[in-house]
Design a protein around this ligand. Structure first.
Ligand code: NAG
Ligand code: NAG
Ligand code: NAG
Ligand code: NAG
Ligand code: NAG
Ligand code: NAG
Ligand code: NAG
Ligand code: NAG
Length: 457
């Protein structure tokens, strides 16, 4: 690896000057760990069922369970909930079945829980559109925060070119973020996969959710490929893909544009890999928020490789509330292009998404070992990099390599508060403030680009 060679060269160069410097060797070690951080993709056997020929070509071997055969009308007006529930009973209890939502139709379905465990080799084939009733006032009061929930499933494949549409516009208008005289209460998540493992979701479009679009909770081994999420830029809290309490999740080739985070990764999540992600509009690719109401938040081993963010309010963001505990560590962001992003690189340990202001506290979610590598593009604000860390729990081992962020008028800067780390290779704007453990410092752009590690490393 080029970087390793480059580092080895640097070590040769610098070691004579500082062989007694343990800080340096620690940094070198952390750097090695971050360079090698990878999220293991699960053994193929777990996803062996994906290698089957398509459900159409291999129909002889499968049991087709078409919602139409259970009385679904698919005209967007009749309530097809019961047909879906009945079809699910059949599909879930029958080995090798395909739960089919046929194409070119609109199925109106209320809040529903599709529960497992199911018989082997279930495929959920969504070709048509599933729509939610649009009126919040008549939403099922027993299920105020969910629409379609799939739980307790193992080895299930969701696929098809279909659409899951939350019909969210009346929910957005009723949000307290839209109108302060509205009460602040949560709205349903369009699609949830809960308490499940070895799940693959391919090709679906999830749009106009009432609130979050796609939540992966308490699950292990989930692959999301070629999924599209879309909602208007001004729709409140409409996160794209939200990962909570889950491990070994891979998001690949997803295109997300919403009114909140494109991706949010929260407590209890580790080994998360995101590869080829398009984000915008939206609030960026986020870890957090964590630590709200003095809670413990733990997220580790996250890799983002190859992303394009356009017109989002944040780029790569880690956000934590004052008063939390736990940690975020071992994160690598690499090969990211930004275009017109307001805060391209941001760590915000003073996050406060609340109508009342938040007090600073002594405890905080600790942030450490965060690497940014090959990140370039344009910033809408002057502060292209912001590391706003807790005064009492500083961020450590923030590593920057090959960063080139510019703004329209050319002046960009880095803000640091209680943030420590280092940069190597080209880093623009300069990240010098990471090596002075000071509070509230700003690195202004330098006339000459930095090609070497700073000596105060
Ligand atoms: C289901 O949806 C229909 C159509 O929007 C609605 O009339 C009905 O009240 C809903 N039922 C529940 C339990 O939400
Ligand atoms: C999940 O399925 C298992 C059987 O595989 C069952 O024992 C368990 O109660 C189910 N859990 C939930 C939350 O439904
Ligand atoms: C906000 O909601 C109140 C009460 O529902 C309503 O009277 C007012 O017109 C709304 N304001 C806007 C800007 O929509
Ligand atoms: C955080 O995640 C862990 C592990 O999944 C869980 O046990 C704990 O309850 C979660 N804490 C909060 C505040 O949600
Ligand atoms: C934190 O507390 C507030 C107010 O008590 C509540 O509305 C909110 O849902 C809580 N958040 C979490 C993550 O527990
Ligand atoms: C969090 O802990 C601090 C310090 O103990 C306390 O002052 C504050 O009220 C707590 N906040 C919440 C939301 O429980
Ligand atoms: C840097 O990232 C961009 C994508 O944003 C990619 O096209 C380019 O090949 C990467 N450069 C290196 C040296 O990996
Ligand atoms: C919290 O601390 C930060 C960093 O020292 C400071 O910038 C901010 O103004 C403080 N906020 C409050 C509400 O005291």
């Amino acid at each position: 690896m080029d970087n390793i060679l480059f580092l080895a060269f640097l070590v040769l160069l610098l070691v004579p000057l500082r062989n007694a410097d343990t800080k340096f060797s620690q940094e070198f070690e952390v750097l090695g760990d971050l360079e090698n951080l990878d999220v293991e993709e699960n053994g193929e056997d777990e996803f062996e069922f994906l290698e089957l020929p398509s459900w159409k070509s291999d129909r002889g071997n499968k049991v087709l369970v078409n919602v139409d055969a259970f009385g679904a009308v698919g005209n967007g007006i009749s309530d097809d909930t019961q047909a879906f529930v009945d079809a699910w009973k059949k599909a879930c209890s029958t080995p090798k079945s395909v739960f089919l939502v046929p194409e070119r139709r609109h199925y109106l379905v209320n809040a529903t829980r599709f529960k497992g465990p199911c018989a082997d080799k279930l495929i959920i084939q969504i070709e048509g559109t599933i729509v939610a009733p649009e009126e919040p006032k008549s939403w099922d009061p027993k299920n105020p925060r969910i629409w379609l929930v799939y739980s307790n499933l193992t080895k299930v494949l969701f696929q098809g070119g279909g659409i899951i549409d939350g019909s969210g516009s009346k929910w957005w208008a009723a949000s307290c973020k839209k109108n302060k005289s509205n009460p602040c209460k949560g709205a349903p998540t369009a699609l949830t996969i809960d308490l499940s493992s070895a799940i693959s979701v391919k090709g679906l479009t999830i749009q106009n959710s009432q609130q979050m679009h796609f939540v992966i909770s308490r699950s292990d081994s989930v692959r999301v490929t070629d999924v599209k999420v879309s909602a208007p830029e001004d729709s409140p809290n409409t996160d794209g893909i939200h990962i909570t309490g889950s491990t070994n999740v891979i998001l690949q080739n997803c295109k997300i544009g919403t009114g909140d985070d494109c991706v949010s990764i929260v407590n209890g999540s580790s080994n998360i890999k995101m590869k080829t992600i398009y984000c915008g509009p939206g609030h960026g690719i986020s870890i957090g928020s964590l630590g709200q109401n003095n809670s413990t938040g733990i997220v580790e081993k996250v890799v983002l490789d190859n992303a394009f963010l356009r017109g989002s309010t944040n780029g790569l963001r880690i956000k934590t509330w004052q008063g939390g505990s736990g940690y975020v560590r071992a994160v690598r962001y690499q090969n990211v292009m930004m275009q017109d992003v307001s805060n391209p690189i941001i760590i915000d340990q003073f996050y406060c998404d609340s109508p009342t202001s938040c007090q600073n506290q002594t405890s905080a979610v600790a942030i450490s070992q965060i690497m940014y590598q090959n990140i370039s593009g344009t910033s809408r604000s002057q502060r292209a990099m912001k590391f706003a860390c807790s005064d009492t729990v500083p961020c450590t081992y923030i590593v920057l390599n090959n960063i080139n962020l510019q703004s329209e008028d050319g002046t960009v800067e880095t803000y640091c508060n209680s943030a420590a780390g280092f940069g190597y290779g080209y880093v623009q704007p300069s990240a010098e403030c990471l090596s002075s453990s000071d509070k509230d410092t700003i690195s202004k752009p330098e006339k000459e680009a930095e090609y070497l590690i700073h000596t105060e490393l």
